[in-house]
Design a protein around this ligand. Structure first.
Ligand SMILES: NC(=O)c1ccc[n+]([C@@H]2O[C@H](COP(=O)([O-])OP(=O)(O)OC[C@H]3O[C@@H](n4cnc5c(N)ncnc54)[C@H](OP(=O)(O)O)[C@@H]3O)[C@@H](O)[C@H]2O)c1
Length: 355
């Protein structure tokens, strides 16, 4: 029987503020090959992880308590010392008797922040593991973000939650990030007027010069977000794609047009407990008849094939750009993760675990 060593990332204890490297540890376990038979539940699938996703929502799973943890199985609490599941792309080492998977085939689904993922038949994650028919003209890493859950989030959030009409104005926060950079590009292709905000001048330049945003600004340079938005949207905002919550959400509500829509994708400024929660002017919401809708990417799985075909076409034709920030090696996962909360990434934060 062959044995492989598997290095994986775990949290040492619950994280209730901003994460730091000392909150994490790299653990090692031994996995026996071929797959260990589980007599009651038939099989284990073993996947060698190639690219894994690094996402802000994981921080809410690492807290001792968060309202998100009981909402959906993806957001279940992370147990200190245990492997951490995440979306990713890998190669099948053992198909574990699953007839739809073969050794060496590429798969996408719920993997781990580790070198290997071992999935038992009864685990919910097994249902999400699917053969990946990757377009060879595109980098494999695209399937972790742009053609994975970040992309579906942007697509579902923009087309289904914002319900855009041509010529309307869109404001996107965390606009150079994984989801935001795609929302802005979908909105431009659709025929909207798009303004984004981001945390550095380099990011602002990229939004305007590479991604085709009509305008962009560095929110850290603004002392009054409300008047900044008035400047960038003299005729008001029709749709706000909110990735950050907090004070930016307050300012956006203050600048919305009648019957405006707010797609609440995330609230990263509130995850670390550093910023204050949004306190909305509810009279604005009432009198301007603003729709504020939270959503999850999983709500739009029924759009998945449309999303993949549309986005793949745009990428192949050069109409969209997929931005990725790729770290290398399982040991870099904590650094990559922490970087999300410090604005270090441009585009999708990914760790390449193996070639
Ligand atoms: N609803 C869903 O299904 C779903 C799915 C995926 C993601 N999300 C949410 O969408 C948002 C974006 O996720 P992502 O994966 O695309 O991450 P991302 O935007 O690629 O990375 C996070 C970015 O957020 C910005 N940021 C960090 N702390 C901030 C703060 N205190 N205030 C303002 N901006 C801050 C930073 O950019 P700057 O330099 O601009 O500050 C950072 O680069 C998150 O809130 C996430 O939880 C929701």
């Amino acid at each position: 029987m062959e044995e492989v060593r598997n290095k994986f990332v775990a949290i040492k204890g619950h994280i209730n503020g901003a994460p730091s490297e000392s909150d994490f540890e790299i653990k090692t376990e031994t996995i026996s090959l071929p797959a260990i038979r589980n007599t009651s539940k038939e099989y284990y699938v073993i996947v060698k992880n190639l690219y894994v996703s690094v996402d802000p929502y994981q921080l809410n799973r690492m807290k001792a308590q968060s309202s998100s943890q009981s909402a959906i199985s993806f957001a279940a609490p992370i147990i200190p010392g245990h492997a951490i599941d995440t979306y990713g792309v890998g190669r099948v080492v053992e198909s574990g008797g699953r007839s739809d998977l073969a050794k060496d085939e590429l798969v996408a689904g719920l993997l781990t922040w580790g070198e290997y993922t071992v999935i038992a038949a009864e685990e919910e994650g097994i249902r999400l593991l699917n053969k990946l028919d990757a377009d060879e003209a595109l980098p494999l890493s695209h399937y972790v973000g742009t053609l994975g859950f970040s992309g579906l989030t942007a697509y579902g959030g923009f087309y289904k939650v914002c319900k855009p009409k041509k010529g309307e104005s869109v404001f996107v926060s965390a606009a150079s990030g994984s989801v935001g950079s795609l929302v802005g590009q979908y909105a431009k292709l659709f025929g909207c007027h798009v303004v984004g905000c981001a945390g550095t001048q380099q990011k602002v330049d990229l939004l305007k010069e590479k991604l085709g945003f009509d305008d962009a600004f560095n929110y850290k340079d603004e002392t009054d977000l409300n008047s900044a938005l008035k400047r960038y949207f003299p005729k008001g905002i029709d749709m706000y794609f909110d990735n950050v919550g907090g004070e930016m959400l307050e300012a956006a509500i203050g600048n919305m047009n009648t019957f405006g829509r707010v797609a609440v994708c995330g609230a990263i400024s509130e995850y670390t407990g550093g910023g204050r929660g949004a306190s909305l002017d509810m009279l604005d919401v009432v009198y301007k008849r603003i729709t504020i809708q939270g959503f999850l990417a999983a709500d739009y799985l029924n759009c998945y094939s449309d999303f993949i075909s549309t986005t793949t076409d745009h990428l192949r034709n050069g109409k969209m750009h997929a931005l990725s920030d790729i770290y290398h090696g399982v040991e870099t996962v904590p650094l990559a993760f922490i970087g999300l909360f410090r604005g270090h990434n441009i585009g999708k934060m990914i760790v390449q675990i193996a070639n």
